[in-house]
Design a protein around this ligand. Structure first.
Ligand SMILES: Nc1ncnc2c1ncn2[C@@H]1O[C@H](COP(=O)(O)OP(=O)(O)OP(=O)(O)O)[C@@H](O)[C@H]1O
Ligand SMILES: [Mg+2]
Length: 150
């Protein structure tokens, strides 16, 4: 399934729609080049999950993981600076995946082998303000149903 947006604001709205459908245990993997809109979409998803609009949602580049208070906890990962899978083990990232929250993971492909099934969103830059979001549920029933309602 593919969706095009024409502004960052439209991407936040798309994220919010998705966020409303999510529940604890869901894992979303965001894939796409620098500046494609991963964090912008995360912002929308967090708002859709009930995070306050006052909450500062930005890439947690130095800490790798940020938590936002929402209807259920939201864990925002940015693995851009992740060296290798050894780092993942050291940081104990996996523990979050079994927590009672939603995980939103920028650069998810970097720890793909350690992740459970996730809803993948691949973002492509199509123009200055145009972005394409390609959703894949990878045959996972839960994620298929999330996408059906989107
Ligand atoms: N349709 C759009 N959707 C999302 N962002 C857009 C859109 N059009 C323009 N932009 C701009 O593109 C940039 C996207 O930045 P964002 O931080 O979300 O990307 P990112 O993929 O998280 O980058 P990084 O890999 O550096 O973390 C913002 O400056 C935003 O205003
Ligand atoms: Mg980002």
């Amino acid at each position: 399934m593919k969706i095009i947006t024409h502004s960052a604001q439209e991407t936040v709205k798309l994220g919010a729609l998705l966020g409303k459908r999510l529940k604890a245990g869901d894992v979303i993997g965001l894939v796409g080049e620098l500046g494609s809109g991963k964090t912008t979409l995360v912002k929308g998803i967090a708002y859709g999950l009930g995070a306050s609009e006052k909450e500062e949602i930005s890439s947690p580049s130095f800490v790798l993981i940020k938590e936002y208070k929402a209807r259920i906890p939201v864990f925002h990962f940015d693995l851009y600076r992740l060296g290798g899978l050894k780092d993942v083990e050291q940081l104990g990232i996996e523990e979050y995946l079994f927590d009672q929250g939603v995980c939103l993971i920028e650069w998810a492909e970097k720890m793909k082998v350690l992740l459970p099934d996730y809803l993948q969103i691949r973002i492509k830059i199509k123009g200055e303000n145009k972005r394409e979001f390609a959703f894949s549920a990878n045959d996972n029933k839960r994620y298929i149903s999330v996408l059906e309602k989107l």
